[in-house]
Unconditional design. Structure first.
Length: 239
């Protein structure tokens, strides 16, 4: 597979690359007709292609071969986090989470949230770039900002956790989670969840957990949670 990966979600139905990908292909990489390239649809497939038309606004390709690539983990991993005030920190988290491996990222609105609005378009672009950089064939889903009560009411067939810093009964995620289980983890804002939110989450089936003996920033806690689940499932790759 070529080092540079292109993304075209409708590559099976449409042999034309998106304009941004066409620009990168021609203006940055200086590719020409007849060159080979690899495209992913973000749905689990790589496509080995030949460039048939090279234009900054419209690159056309011919699919020579398709390769289905496993996701890399055989469980559903979802995280809901309260976005921080500094957008750069949210973007950093999304980039690293996608590189490590995540199915769904949901920004949530909590009582003590610092950020009340968030533009998904920017986060989706970062997710695409991270997928391409890490040579993955699956694009993580970035959901719209969702209210706390709505998120804890979402059906989820797996283990559900809420991480918080209060001096209340909780167990380390690393000890509570078991290999092969689907996981849905809630990470609160810098000011943490409110006690009422924690009580509501527990009533909805979320188990309270701790991630570290240190008090972590939101984006750090989110990444630690994701990495912990992967370590539990693939310990041999992390030692």
């Amino acid at each position: 597979m070529a080092d540079t990966l292109f993304y075209s979600p409708s590559i099976r139905q449409n042999s034309q690359l998106p304009e941004k990908e066409s620009q990168h292909c021609v203006k940055v990489l200086r590719m020409r007709e007849g060159d080979e390239l690899t495209v992913t649809d973000g749905k689990g497939f790589f496509y080995e292609c030949t460039l048939t038309q090279a234009s900054p606004r419209q690159c056309m390709v011919s699919i020579q071969n398709s390769i289905q690539k496993p996701k890399g983990w055989n469980y559903n991993l979802r995280i809901a986090f309260a976005p921080t005030k500094q957008m750069e920190r949210n973007e950093w988290f999304v980039e690293k989470a996608v590189e490590i491996g995540i199915d769904t990222i949901t920004p949530i609105l909590c009582r003590f949230s610092e950020r009340k609005e968030i533009k998904n378009e920017r986060l989706e672009k970062i997710a695409v770039a991270a997928m391409k950089q890490s040579q993955q064939a699956y694009l993580s889903k970035i959901e719209e900002l969702t209210g706390f009560k709505e998120i804890i009411s979402c059906p989820f067939n797996g283990k559900k956790y809420i991480a918080h810093c209060y001096d209340l009964p909780k167990e380390p995620l690393s000890q509570l989670h078991k290999k092969g289980e689907d996981a849905f983890i809630l990470i609160g804002p810098e000011g943490d969840f409110s006690r009422e939110e924690i009580e509501d989450a527990i009533a909805a089936g979320f188990e309270p957990v701790t991630l570290s003996e240190s008090r972590l920033r939101t984006e750090t806690a989110s990444l630690v949670a994701i990495h912990t689940i992967h370590v539990i499932n693939n310990l041999q790759y992390f030692i």
